[in-house]
Design a protein around this ligand. Structure first.
Ligand code: F6R
Length: 631
């Protein structure tokens, strides 16, 4: 998730820009740069790595001027390098960009055919060339040239642009990526987020999708992309700097839970060919020949990523009919697993650096297996070692407990299963279109589930005294049960077990009594009736049922009502040691493949609120690290 800061005013802008970028460091980045009008035209300085490297580069080549744009890059297209760092320059213009340009390949081919020379692998450079082309074609006003360029672009963007022939102007625009304007005294700023503005002003305007603004010292002229004028009131921000970094949420984890719909949208962007009912191959590298050669899909991953991999196995088996297996990285590395050159090894890792997963990939590579990384950090160790990569575009995840990367992994793995199914001929175009349609609708449904946060908080409050909890699910509900238990134990320190619902009778049923909350993932799917009988078994033993079910499921509602513990049991424990009420969390009706993306959200929120109400350190739970680069 890149960061943008722009300034036009009377002060020397480079220190303001770098300080602004520092305030956006929480967004994650791998390189940084700025462009300033120096009187000699627009000059740029860029550096890979931390902002201290940019500081050092600026000491060697100071940029002095009062109009400038700057950027921290979280790589999505093109590895982290100075050439790929922003700003990108074409002709007189320099551009910084946050987002993903979907049609960048087609535009790049077209521009190259007309003679444009590219100096990076980024999608952003296309925007610079399009603006340059518009300027050469007679759009002498920068704002008009940017407008003409954006008319050609599909995707998500927030951009800031300067041009050497407009020394007192910055043009910014946004669609689906954030951008906020800061209104100072005789100065204007723009940034990806509020923390970058707070040292200068608390008066802001949130630009809306499809809007652009011409920034001058005297103020901002906001228009829609078609040129219609926009009047928008100024808002006064009273957040502290720390509150602002978390977007007003109490913890990064809660912010990231709420960012999930956007993380899915960004992960799907540009990858779905709805007409053909197929996945755009891009960097995945699974040609029809490779897809047909595969005799086994072998997922390797750890922790939460292994739970996503388990769902991936179900989908690959159902949709592509390839035998599949999931193993946790640490077990692969200490056995002598048999890989063959017809295996597709899928390494799933948020960080792309997990030592156990990396070691498993090394072992598989030695045997000639085809390796595909599903990672969130571009060019990290696991994708570097792989034959192809299917990146999740969830943006940096700061909370140690993974949430938005998990659902982004689910979306990526479902796309992989569709891709394999289509290329092997086991999935029809119609079948695929049904799934892809549902997947594109999922972010909307996820927002509906997120709107139930207060209901889930109330349920969390009732179960705060629990010392143990059980999570049950079937089919793809099983990895979701495991994930719910993992989330709860790692941040609230309440002991929790996740089980396949069918395993309940083989042991865990012995744990159930009136003090045991049992979370059952029971949406209306092919396994519904079986899971429903598990709930009846829990009820018969007076366990405290918390059901995640499909909206309007009267059977579940009735079961929960009937399942209230008898009055005698309640009073024998002082009447309040366990909650007697109905704990039903409804999710919208959805296609079966989409259910895990919806059912996991209540479990994440339940874990979050139980931990927060207990007062634990939610973002940095004890003993845990975000990236585990040791055995
Ligand atoms: C749990 C969690 C961990 C990670 C695991 C693998 O919330 O975040 O279980 O999933 O350490 O990390 P990655 O995905 O970076 O390989």
């Amino acid at each position: 998730m890149c960061g943008i800061v722009a300034y036009v005013g009377a002060k020397d802008c480079a220190p303001i820009l770098v300080e602004g970028l520092r305030r956006l460091e929480y967004r994650g980045y791998d390189s940084a740069g700025l462009a300033v009008h120096t009187g000699r035209g627009v000059e740029i300085v860029r550096a890979v790595g931390k902002l201290s490297n940019l500081d050092a580069a600026l000491r060697k080549q100071p940029l002095v001027g009062t109009t400038g744009i700057s950027h921290t890059r979280w790589a999505t297209h093109g590895r982290p390098s100075e050439a790929n760092a922003h700003p990108h320059v074409a002709g007189k213009v320099a551009v910084v960009h946050n987002g993903i340009i979907e049609n960048h390949l087609a535009l790049r081919r077209e521009l190259e055919a007309k003679g444009a020379k590219f100096s990076s692998d980024t999608d952003t450079e296309i925007v610079a060339h399009l603006i340059d082309e518009a300027q050469r074609g007679g759009k002498t006003q920068l704002v008009e040239a940017v407008r003409a360029a954006l008319a050609r672009v599909h995707g998500a963007y927030a951009i800031a642009v300067v041009s050497s022939d407009a020394p007192d102007e910055i043009v910014v625009a946004k669609d689906q990526s954030p951008l906020v304007l800061g209104i100072g005294e005789g100065e204007m700023l723009a940034a990806s987020d509020i923390p970058a503005l707070l040292a200068h002003t608390r008066d802001v305007i949130f630009l809306q999708d499809g809007e652009m603004a011409l920034l001058k010292r005297s103020g901002a002229e906001i228009t829609k992309l078609d040129g219609t004028k926009v009047e928008r009131p100024v808002k006064r921000i009273d957040w502290s700097a720390t509150q602002a970094e978390k977007g007003g949420y109490k913890h990064f984890m809660l912010k990231e839970i709420h960012e999930q719909p956007r993380a899915i949208e960004d992960t799907l962007r540009g990858r779905i060919d709805q007409t053909e009912g197929d996945i755009v191959d891009g960097e995945i590298g699974i040609t029809p020949e490779i897809a047909k050669r595969i005799t086994r899909v072998y997922f390797v991953a750890c922790g939460t990523s292994a739970h996503a991999a388990m769902a991936g196995r179900y989908w690959v088996e159902q949709l592509a009919r390839i035998p599949s297996t999931v193993e946790i990285g640490s077990e692969v590395r200490y056995r002598e697993p048999v890989f063959t050159n017809t295996d597709l090894v899928v390494a799933v890792s948020q960080s792309g650096e997990t030592a156990d997963t990396l070691a498993a990939v090394k072992a598989a590579k030695a045997s000639g297996a085809h390796i595909l990384a599903v990672a969130n950090v571009l060019d990290s160790a696991i994708p570097r070692m792989s034959d192809g990569a299917l990146y999740t575009h969830a943006g940096p995840e700061i909370g140690v407990a993974s949430t938005k990367c998990f659902t982004a992994q689910l979306a990526a793995l479902l796309m992989l299963a569709v891709c394999l199914g289509r290329r092997r001929g086991t999935l029809s175009a119609d079948g695929s279109r049904r799934i892809l349609d549902a997947l594109q609708h999922a972010p909307h449904q996820m927002r509906e589930v997120l709107a139930k946060a207060d209901e889930i908080k109330a349920i969390a409050k009732k179960h705060l005294k629990a010392r143990d909890m059980l999570f049950l699910g079937r089919g793809t509900g099983y990895p979701i049960a495991l994930e719910g238990a993992l989330k709860l134990k790692e941040i609230s320190y309440i002991h929790a077990e996740g089980y396949a619902a069918g395993e309940m009778k083989h042991g865990p049923i012995a744990l159930i009594d009136e003090e045991m909350p049992v979370v059952v993932v029971c949406p209306r799917d092919a396994h519904y009736e079986k899971t429903f009988s598990n709930m009846q078994e829990v009820k018969a033993r007076e366990g405290q049922l918390i059901a995640v079910a499909t909206e309007g499921d009267l059977d579940v509602a009735q079961l929960l009502l009937d399942g209230q513990p008898p009055q005698s049991a309640r009073s024998s424990r002082g009447g309040s040691s366990f909650p007697p009420a109905i704990d039903l969390i409804e999710i919208p009706k959805a296609e079966p493949e989409i259910l895990p993306l919806l059912t996991v959200i209540p479990l994440q929120l339940l874990a979050y609120y139980m931990a927060d109400l207990k007062g634990t350190d939610v973002d940095q739970p004890r003993n845990l690290a975000k990236t585990v680069t040791v055995e």
